[in-house]
Design a protein around this ligand. Structure first.
Ligand SMILES: Cc1cc2nc3c(=O)[nH]c(=O)nc-3n(C[C@H](O)[C@H](O)[C@H](O)COP(=O)(O)OP(=O)(O)OC[C@H]3O[C@@H](n4cnc5c(N)ncnc54)[C@H](O)[C@@H]3O)c2cc1C
Length: 446
């Protein structure tokens, strides 16, 4: 265990703070976390619930304010403007410099903007930083109608937030269906319908052309790619995020879209690591992407880098991909990789409930029948079970027979396994293992 070196972490998000906590658990190093956005770590994913009145901003902070001093994690509020890797010095704000022995760059993402006329007008905002929440609060207080641009996870959250305040929303989505660059068509259409059911004016295949303003630079509306003029008092720009690395471009650090790291999360500079949203892996493990800008990968990277920094050099191996989200009332989980289109050599099973609010898609290998991935909407499933099934290459018919063990819905929720198996047995009769128990139960309760 290496002692007493000074570790500086830039960014107090999930990645940076996990690294700090785990370095402290495993060593006596001096630890300093620098961040420009907030005094304390908060949960970015909970920002929407603050706006919707479900919680106060303070409740998004998982640790009490005394936690940091007690654990000897020094916090500094400020922006790092420049890094001198030769002298191992950070330049902070206008006038401060600080040395480091080991540096962790965990600077997260920034919302994308694509140079639209009017994109910096008063009443236009992304949803990423704590400051955005204050800005949205201020500029939607009097708003009657808003336009949200960009059909991803943050866009649908922003639409839901505005809807919760009775602000009518037009939602511009460039694709044919909501998030269909990630989800297959059936699931994407279910979410289209869920959005429409919540009285959001969803405009598919429609892009932003221009944001119009009044004489004082305030938003008055948008012009869309279809030539329509939509009056509004607020515009939400949620067209994806990019690694927050622009400020590092001429520093000598190797950067592609994010800071390039090897499997140990090491950059091209000695004693400098990058983790979380801002890190791009040079050689991602199978089934994973170079950039994965989600909460749990930031946490995992923080834990892994802490081990390496405290003397136990450890490779980052995130295992099987998973993600989850909520689209209004429909929960979504995915394990493994389910692409919008099947790849050659793959087969799939798809089930949908009659009300089209629940679905299950399982992708499997045509030859071996091994399950490769699953998409589930509206039913909660157990992460560890799907993880095991996919890792072990469990065959689709075995998975079907044991489907109940993956169900994580609360007791007394309607169970769908019987219906699902019926459809599966009909479609894939040739590989079905008869499930005697289920059919017996069905007969008993028919
Ligand atoms: C509204 C919203 C909802 C989301 N919901 C989900 C979800 O449900 N599930 C999920 O998995 N993911 C979700 N995400 C994504 C997830 O929040 C991010 O992947 C995660 O927060 C990234 O963590 P990070 O530590 O890498 O970076 P960040 O959380 O961005 O933290 C980086 C910090 O570094 C600071 N910083 C940057 N540059 C400097 C500098 N030069 N000097 C000082 N400080 C600097 C930043 O201001 C920031 O505070 C959501 C994101 C948003 C915006």
């Amino acid at each position: 265990m290496q002692e007493q070196k000074r570790v500086v972490i830039i960014g107090n998000g999930i990645a940076g703070i996990t690294a700090a906590r785990h370095i402290r658990k495993q060593s006596d190093c001096e630890i300093l976390v620098i961040s420009g956005e907030s005094d304390y770590f908060f949960s970015r994913t909970a920002l929407m619930y603050v706006y919707m009145g479900h919680m106060e901003f303070e409740h998004t902070q998982p640790y009490e304010n005394w936690f940091w001093e007690k654990n000897r994690i020094e916090l500094l509020k400020g922006w790092v403007r420049k890094i001198d890797f030769e002298s191992k010095t950070l330049h902070i704000d206008e006038d401060k410099t600080l040395p480091y022995d080991t540096l962790v760059i965990a600077t997260g993402s920034v919302p994308n903007k694509f140079g639209w006329p009017g994109q910096d007008a008063v009443g236009v905002s992304g949803l990423y930083h704590a400051q955005d929440l204050g800005y949205i609060e201020q500029h939607t207080r009097e708003a009657k109608h808003a336009v949200v641009v960009g059909g991803g996870l943050i866009g649908v959250e922003l639409a839901e937030m505005l809807h919760s305040r009775n602000i009518s929303v037009t939602f511009l989505v460039r694709e044919n269906n909501f998030w269909d660059t990630v989800m297959p068509e059936e699931e994407a259409k279910m979410i289209n319908q869920e959005i429409l059911d919540h009285h959001i004016d969803l405009r598919l295949e429609t892009e932003l052309k221009e944001i119009t303003t009044d004489g004082e630079g305030k938003v008055t509306g948008v012009i869309t790619s279809t030539g329509e003029n939509i009056a509004c008092q607020f515009v939400g720009l949620t067209v994806g995020v990019s690694p927050n690395v622009n400020w590092l471009k001429d520093s000598g650090l190797e950067i592609n879209r994010g800071v390039l790291v090897n499997e140990y999360l090491e950059t091209n500079k000695p004693d400098v690591y990058a983790i979380g949203d801002c890190a791009e892996r040079r050689t991602p493990t199978e089934g994973r992407r170079p950039l994965e800008q989600v909460w749990y990968t930031g946490r995992m990277m923080g834990e892994v880098v802490a081990r390496t920094i405290t003397g136990d050099r450890t490779a980052y191996r995130p295992g099987i991909w998973f993600n989850s989200a909520k689209f209004f009332n429909i929960e979504y989980q995915t394990y493994g990789r389910v692409k919008p289109q099947l790849k050659s050599g793959q087969e799939q099973f798809f089930w949908q409930s009659k009300d089209q609010k629940k679905s299950l898609r399982i992708v499997f290998d045509e030859q071996t029948m091994a399950v490769l991935g699953v998409n589930v909407l509206g039913i909660r499933m157990r992460h560890e079970i799907w993880d095991q099934w996919i890792a072990a290459g469990r065959k689709i018919n075995q998975v079907m027979a044991e489907l109940e063990s993956a169900n994580f819905d609360p007791e007394f929720f309607k169970a769908y396994e019987y219906d699902i198996r019926q459809v599966f047995n009909r479609e894939f009769e040739y590989m079905t293992v008869p499930n005697k128990k289920a059919s017996l139960l069905k007969r008993l309760f028919a």
